[in-house]
Design a protein. Structure first.
Length: 147
C-alpha cells in the first residue's frame, strides 16, 4: 500500500513539472513573436487594423505585406505591385501563383467599432481568399525619418 502511495506521489510531481516546462516554452514563443512585430513596425509605412476577428496588416517600406491574425501565424509576402486606381484609393498587392494578399486602402474616415478613435483610411483586405474589413493609418514622414 505504501509503495502504491509513493509511486502515485512521484507520478503527480513529474506530471506537474512537465506542465511547467510546456508553459515556459509557450511564453518564450510569444516573446519571440512580439520581437518580430517590433522590428516590423520600425519600417511600416501603413498599418491596417480590424476587429471581429482581431487582425493587423502592415505594408513594410514598399517591400512586403505582413498579415497578423489574432488566431494564427504571421503571414508575409513580397510586395509585387502598388496601384493608385483613383484619387484616394491605393491597392497593395503581394501574390504569387498559389496565393496572395490584396490590400485596398481608401482615404475616408473610419471607426473600428470598438474604440472611439477615428482613422483616416478604411481598409479592405483579402488574404488567401478570406475577406477582412477595417481601418488604418499611414506613418507620418517625420516618424519615418526618425527611424
Amino acid at each position: 500500500m505504501r509503495f502504491i502511495f509513493f509511486v502515485s506521489v512521484i507520478l503527480l510531481i513529474t506530471a506537474c513539472n512537465n506542465n511547467t516546462k510546456k508553459e515556459s516554452i509557450k511564453k518564450t514563443d510569444t516573446v519571440a513573436d512580439h520581437k518580430s512585430i517590433a522590428s516590423i513596425e520600425q519600417d511600416t509605412i501603413f498599418t491596417g487594423l480590424g476587429t471581429e476577428p482581431f487582425w493587423a496588416v502592415y505594408v513594410i517600406r514598399d517591400s512586403k505585406i505582413v498579415f497578423e491574425p489574432a488566431d494564427g501565424p504571421i503571414f508575409e509576402m513580397e510586395l509585387t505591385r502598388t496601384d493608385t486606381t483613383s484619387p484616394g484609393i491605393t491597392r497593395y498587392i503581394a501574390n504569387n501563383i498559389v496565393t496572395g494578399i490584396f490590400l485596398t486602402v481608401k482615404k475616408e474616415n473610419c471607426s473600428d467599432g470598438m474604440s472611439e478613435e477615428v482613422y483616416p483610411f478604411s481598409v479592405d483586405l483579402v488574404v488567401e481568399g478570406k475577406k477582412y474589413n477595417g481601418c488604418g493609418r499611414k506613418r507620418d514622414r517625420m516618424e519615418l525619418l526618425l527611424n
